[in-house]
Write a protein that binds this ligand. Structure first.
Ligand SMILES: [Zn+2]
Length: 121
C-alpha cells in the first residue's frame, strides 16, 4: 500500500473474511488487515503532527504580536519594571518570549525586532 487510502481498512472489514480453516487465505487476510491498520495509524500520526505544526506556527504569529518590543529592565528584586512583572518564580513573559522568538528562525519583521532586542547587552 503505497498511498494512504482512508477506506482501506473499512473495505477489508466490510468484505467477508475467509474461512479460518483456509489457513493461507486467513493468514493473507490477517496480514492485509494488519498492514491497513498500520498505514492508517501512520497517516493519523502524520495528520496529528501536521496539525500541531500548523498550530505552533499560528501560536508563534500570535506571540509575535503579543510580545513587547521593549527590553525588560529588572529592579533589584528581579521584577521587570518595563512590563510591570512582579513575580520572581518566573521571569517576565515578554523577556522569555523575546528570547524564544530570537531562537526561532521566524522571518518576520516583528521577530527580527525581538531578535535585535534580545541581542542588546
Ligand atoms: Zn519585561
Amino acid at each position: 500500500m503505497d498511498t494512504h487510502d482512508d477506506d482501506a481498512i473499512d473495505d477489508l472489514l466490510a468484505t467477508e473474511p475467509p474461512e479460518p480453516d483456509d489457513e493461507d487465505l486467513w493468514h493473507l487476510y490477517q496480514e492485509e488487515l494488519a498492514q491497513a491498520a498500520h498505514e492508517q495509524a501512520r497517516y493519523t500520526e502524520h495528520e496529528r503532527r501536521e496539525t500541531l505544526a500548523n498550530a505552533a506556527e499560528h501560536m508563534l504569529s500570535i506571540l509575535v504580536d503579543l510580545t513587547s518590543e521593549v527590553r525588560c529592565q529588572n529592579d533589584h528584586h528581579g521584577h521587570c519594571q518595563t512590563h510591570g512583572w512582579a513575580q520572581t518564580i518566573s521571569t517576565c513573559p515578554h523577556g522569555r518570549a523575546q528570547e524564544l522568538l530570537a531562537q526561532i528562525n521566524l522571518n518576520t519583521e516583528a521577530a527580527n525586532r525581538c531578535r535585535r532586542i534580545s541581542a542588546r547587552p
